[in-house]
Design a protein around this ligand. Structure first.
Ligand code: 5GP
Ligand code: MN
Length: 340
């Protein structure tokens, strides 16, 4: 289904459903929350009963977002989440395309297989046969940009309001690292420009996202760079590792390590940056790269994950020492590509 066809048919498709549940991915980021909430507000405007479910809590720097209190956090209220899914006649996947990305919700998504699915996402490798309709564009900054385009196509004059614009700007801003990467075409700037207004203040939104650190969070960032960053010049790679004890000593809160992985890329000769953290009994990998080195391929092949060319994630079920060993053992295979 082409983007244009999705835009043209959207109202006809969505009007067949009355109770829509929007689901986004585990460890939701600004784009997951921004795109889901904007789509939620848009569906409400179309007279559709909509709900939003996220698998686990959002980072505190998103807690000011309009509509955030309406979101159901599945691991805090599973019973209600299942009730939502049970009464849905359409489930929309926003900012992910495979149910394995939904943490605890995964089991129940499988249980409610009979309910049709719709997809809005910018990740690769989607299995389109799972969806009654899909808006799936890999070369787009964010799912929020896709939702913005969808709403623009239906008429910004009719549907855009301050809440929707704010949510979409948060999603695009965070997935592009404040418009620093993942921009494939000038339309990204154009659509953002058309959502900014006297009552939707870009600088204020930016400040609410990026200038609201706790003191502990900023000190943790300093510690990561001073004490926990290792550089591997022959692979043009730097990694930062954080144990559970490290996180606890800085009174870790959800979202506190967001953005940390980007810092090593500020070093001129570094092409890949990795953040390795110990989380609830598993090891989380966050990968970032500059240029055409694909961390998606690396994460998919060796770390049970995936993502995009320049940003990906993965998980290993082992301890920190083994995780670092695995990573160091994988690197030689990529030496040539990293030094290209
Ligand atoms: P982050 O490092 O910020 O957690 O994730 C970076 C990007 O990779 C995001 O676009 C995210 O959706 C994707 N990603 C993170 N973890 C995984 C994973 O385990 N599997 C897949 N397929 N994508 C992931
Ligand atoms: Mn995204």
């Amino acid at each position: 289904m082409s983007k244009q066809l999705f835009f043209n048919k959207f109202k006809e498709i969505i009007s067949q459903y009355k109770h829509v549940v929007i689901v986004s991915h585990v460890n939701p980021d600004g784009d997951a929350i921004g795109s889901s909430l904007a789509f939620y507000y848009f569906l409400l405007k179309l007279g559709i009963d909509a709900k939003v479910i996220i698998p686990n809590d959002y980072p505190s720097f998103l807690s000011w977002m309009p509509g955030i209190g309406d979101i159901l956090i599945f691991d805090k209220n599973q019973e209600k989440g299942v009730e939502y899914l049970n009464s849905a006649d359409l489930i929309c996947y926003l900012d992910f395309n495979h149910p394995s990305r939904t943490g605890l919700v995964h089991n129940d998504l499988c249980h409610f297989k009979r309910i049709p699915r719709l997809l809005i996402d910018h990740h690769r490798d989607a299995d389109y046969s799972q969806f009654v309709a899909y808006l799936s564009e890999v070369e787009t900054s964010s799912t929020s940009e896709l939702v913005a385009e969808l709403i623009q196509h239906q008429g910004f004059d009719k549907y855009l309001d301050d809440n929707i614009a704010t949510c979409l700007l948060v999603g695009i801003m965070t997935d592009t690292g404040s418009f620093a990467h993942s921009i494939y075409h000038p339309e990204t700037f154009e659509i953002c420009g058309s959502m900014i207004s006297p009552t939707v203040d870009y600088q204020l939104i930016h400040s609410k996202i990026y200038n609201t650190f706790s003191e502990n969070r900023l000190r943790l960032l300093g510690y990561c760079i001073s004490n926990r960053m290792k550089t591997l010049d022959e692979y043009k790679t730097a990694y930062i590792y954080l144990t559970k004890a490290d996180l606890e000593s800085f009174d870790y809160q959800v979202g506190d390590t967001e953005g940390v992985v980007n810092f090593p890329l500020m070093i001129d000769n570094i092409k890949m940056a990795v953040l390795i953290t110990e989380r609830q009994g598993v090891i989380r990998f966050s990968f970032r790269s500059k240029g055409d080195f694909s961390v998606h391929e690396l994460a998919k092949t060796h770390f049970n994950g995936g993502g995009h060319t320049n940003a990906a994630g993965g998980t290993l079920d082992c301890d920190m020492e083994q995780a670092i060993d695995t990573f160091l053992n994988v690197l030689p295979q990529y030496k040539e590509l990293l030094n290209k």
